[in-house]
Each structure stands twice: as structure tokens, then as C-alpha cells.
Write a protein that binds this ligand. Sequence first.
Ligand code: SF4
Length: 409
Amino acid sequence: MSIPNKLVNHYPWLPSLKIYYSDLASKEPIKFITEVFAKGESEEIKERLLKLFNAAFENLEEITEYKVDHLNVYVYLLLKIFLYALNNKIITNRIANLYSKVAYNELERENNDSNLYDICLDLGLKIKYYDPPLNYGTSVIKDQRQKLESNFTIHFIDYLRLASNLRDEIRKLAHNSLSKGYVFIQNKRLIRLLQEYVRNKIIIKETDDKVFLKAFIKEVLEIKDFKDLYDKILEEWALRKEEIDFSFKLDFSNKGGLLALYPPCVTEILKNAQEGQNLAHHERLFITWFLLALEYPVEDVVNIFSPMPDFNKEIATYQVKFAKKKAYVPYQCSTIKSLNFCMAEKYKDEICLEGYGAKDPKDRKKMKHPLSYVRLKQYRAAKEIEYFKNRPDKKTKEKEELKPDTKNE
Ligand code: SF4
């Protein structure tokens, strides 16, 4: 199926980009960059890119005077190249959040079912459209009955795939109506799923091939226009970076230290926060309550959130202080599992997966609370220190063994 070219210009993250702009998509990045900057419209492209980066650094959720034309395609492709070259997870996450939010706003503003349907088909989603909309139930909120209707249904596999990172309760499959494998979905929620698709599309996995990256950066920086823009972006970032006062530094490469005491669910949240990824509401609550329960100062807890795209120091401080006053107890494992952010499997954590307290698996206790995990790890560490302190060193032990036994003389 082919979709209108206009849609690809408007939403360049669509797979059809490769069809309409096959000449661009197949070009070597260096050749592509050189050609783009040689274009008459290059100043406009540069301006749009810089605007995007600045808006992301400022945590904005919209771009003023967002233009929808063919230059959008160049901006999108260059954006991906810049993110790769910058190789900075916080910047990438900020851009991904902003760019996907812009896509959400555009789709919502358009309010065009036909475009929405075409976009879903282009993404290869199994989707059905109904006109007039299907009635699939009634919702009752505070005695107010409301008929539930939707124009779209989406296959549950596609639904799960798109919603997998959205952990809010309303998006759980169990909380949505299904018929013959298709989930009833209202336009706004469908657009939210597309936003998540766009966010993931922008996020570039950190490359392991640092040698290649270095060589690539060296090569692209030889293109003057690229270098000027690259330097300008880094300059702007250096100014903003000071606002990200991440004094609560965590070293994820070091298996020892503070992180070794934390269960996988906590490590994962801290890692994502440090990389500037948006945390789900429950993850934010949990990490706040967890760190406060371990008596972390309010300021350190607030700083955990500072690299995140929607960070506002004043609001975060107020919320953390409020949580401290209320002394909320962090979620237990069963709740975390139901909220879908238990990371025992991902981290293959022995304590979380197999329990503790006995050699025989059937006698082991199950891990029930992340704070118990910390206590257990602290207890084990203390035991280990004690053992090494009391253990006679090897030489003393050897000498002891060589001493003649005088007891029976
Ligand atoms: S088992 Fe509990 S402590 Fe371990 S990762 Fe899951 S929720 Fe966290």
C-alpha cells in the first residue's frame, strides 16, 4: 500500500520514507550531509535542527511554528545522524521525548481518521476502521454513564508491542475491551501508542564500536557546516547541563559499591533516570519512597530526576518533601510485579529468582520486599567483612601448623 507523499513529509519516521526518498535513504551519511548542506535551503534546515535541540534542552513539549514540508525529511535524517555522533543518552532521550510529543500533537491536531488509518497500515499494524464507530460498552464515573465508542480496533499483539513500555494501569490489556483478538481503541490512545513508536524510533542504541564512531565523528566534522552546528549544539548543551545537577552519581560499570546493595528493580529505574528516560508514574513514586526509606537526603532524591525531560526542580522538591513527611512505604515485590517493573529475570538475580536463607531450594524464603533485599545484602557484606577480619592470615596459619605439638610432652 502506498500512502500520500504529504504524509511522509509530515511524519518522516514512517517506513514509506524509504520508498519516496529512496535516493536519500540509500546514500552514505557523509555524502548525504555534504549534499544537504550544499542545498539552497540548508540555512532553514540548520535553523530547524537547532530549534529542535534547544527546545529539547529546555524541556519543551512543543515546537513553535512547526513547519510541515519536504524539509522535514532532511531534518529528521540529519537529526538521527547528529544523535549518533553526539552519542549522549540524555540528549537522545530528550530529543526522542520532544520529537514524539510533536508527532502526538500533530496527529491530534489533524484529527483525521483516514490519515491515522494510513499511518497504522504503513507501520504494518493490524488495524480495523469502523464508520460509524462501534459501541463497546459503558463507563460509569461518579454516577455518570458514558457510552464507549471507537472507530478503531487493533490486533492485541500489535497493541502489546506498542504499549509494552507504557506501564500505566489504563493501558494494560486486561483493562481494555477485546473482541476476536482485536482491542477497541479510541483515537487519542491510538495516537499515544504511535507517539511511543516514534520515541523508540529516535532512540539509537549506544554503539559498541567506539573505533568506528570515532572515525565517523572525525570524518563528519570535516564538513564545516556540520561541525559548526555540532559545536553550537554542544555549546547550548554545556549551558543547560549545569542545570542537571546530578550530584547523586552512580557508577553502573562498577558492580561493587552502593549499587551492589540494590535489587534489580531499583538499579533499572536509577539507570533509566540517569540516562534521561521518562519514568512511569509508579516508578517515580517507588524510587522516591525507596530512597527516602533508606534515609537519603531530599536533595539527593530530587537530583535523581534531574536528567529527565520533564524535570522541574521546584515541583520535584515539593513532591519529595511531601513524600518524606508522609513516610510512605515503598511498594512490595508483588505490587512491583503487577506494575510490570520487577527486573529479576532481566538481571538474572539469584536472590530475587531463587530466594534466600537455605541451601535447599524448597526451604528458601522468597524475596518479598526490595528493602529486605538491601538488608540481606548488607547482612551478607557485614558477615564477609567479619569473616576476613577474624580469619588468621595464611602465613600465621602455616606457622601454627608447623609448631610442635607440646601438649603431650
Ligand atoms: S523480586 Fe522484588 S526486589 Fe527483586 S527485582 Fe523483583 S520486585 Fe525488585
